[in-house]
Design a protein around this ligand. Sequence first.
Ligand code: CMP
Length: 143
Amino acid sequence: ASKAPRVKKVVPKTDAQLKDIEKAISRCFLFSSLCEAQRKEVVDSMEERRYQSGDAVIEEGGPGDFFYVTGSGELEVFIAGKNNDEPLRTLKSGDAFGELALMYNSPRTATVKAVTGCLVWALDRTTFRHTILEAGQQRRQKY
Ligand code: CMP
């Protein structure tokens, strides 16, 4: 691994956006074990993405580039040939998705589609691995 300090990504945000992120991540267990610095890094690097009903946020088999937390709206999870009519899961405010491909360096395991207009917060792979994955490992080492 490189010893050079990592350049942290900071996407400027309005107070309303900061409030929206705080609300979304406070409902999600993946963020509960982050220390203050990791939490700040996550919030700084998140990018707002908007989708319309019918848009695919994630396509099954595609590359894993971002992890997402739902800000508002509803999305549904589908796996080809498995659940063509019934979604495997419906995602709402505070629900996270897209973690599997980033954790296991694998292709996307499912398609995630907006069923209403949606606002989601996208966290890039590098920051995800340095914050959420790392916090999980630190916690496991304690026990
Ligand atoms: P990932 O594989 O990165 O991209 C698709 C996402 O859909 C996946 O991460 C999970 O967040 C979610 N997902 C995949 N399979 C299921 C399932 N059976 N039930 C609910 N969510 C799923």
